[in-house]
Write a protein that binds this ligand. Sequence first.
Ligand code: UTP
Length: 286
Amino acid sequence: MSVKFAVIPAAGLGSRFLPATKAIPKELIPLVDKPLIQYVVEEAYEAGIETVVLVTHAAKSALENHFDVQYELETELEQRNKLALLGIARNTLPAGMNIVSVRQGKALGLGHAVACAAPVVQNNPFAVLLPDVICYQPAQNATAQLVAAYAQHQTSVIALQSVPPSEVHKYGIAGVDEAGKITQLIEKPAVDKAPSNLAVLGRYLFTPRILQALAQTQRGVGGEIQLTDAMQALLQHETMRAATFTGEVHDCGDKLGFLAATLTFAQRHPELGAAFKAQLKQALME
Ligand code: UTP
């Protein structure tokens, strides 16, 4: 069975990024010239996903609007013959892709957000992409790597990346055996308790059984329904594989991570890159 659904949880409070996120959803903050959420929707599309399930919140309807028709803007651009801009405005959602939104009334945690997508994904495997984590690997994007691994093994697959020992306490860390199977998952362990330095980075591919596990998951750390707890429970019933991701990973939900990502993406931008690099060089000399 191929993977046609991706769940993008975007109903969180974005409190680490206040005041920017008081009225604007964190997922709409632009990385150079494109909102974070659009990068992950495009990543899903390139991986062959047909339907995105956006988990959103009453205060974040701008997220749905970003992927909808903006009739007034499009008519104006058309009348002014600004066709390149019209194309950009129209193609926020890749052609042929469906987007469905479901609401998470209260931010009860990432696990709860994923469970909100159950009525749409039903009995199908699905990817999960955290929209504040931006991955970059042009040869094969992170979700495409997971989809390929699923096609081979038909098991849940989790993208992992090695982090320095000093960073281990900030992440969900996985133990992995020699065959590439996940043996253990621990949320934010002390470095001496960690089974490895392989961190869960925010790209997952699940069999639908994770939804059963989530339905039985009680509130955990921070009073939230944690995805990691449901994954740990799923491990008792199913094999879960690791996929090591070697591309760039940017935590854009964190102010410093976002600034670093902006520097990297701006320098790489096809139209702005060269001029930006020159300005950066100048600024560093001052
Ligand atoms: P984060 O923990 O990074 O986002 O969750 P947050 O809760 O919005 O941020 P802070 O910690 O308050 O700054 C990763 C993704 O999961 C979504 C968030 O919107 C984010 O994109 N999420 C998180 C939900 O959809 N629902 C939740 O209950 C929690």
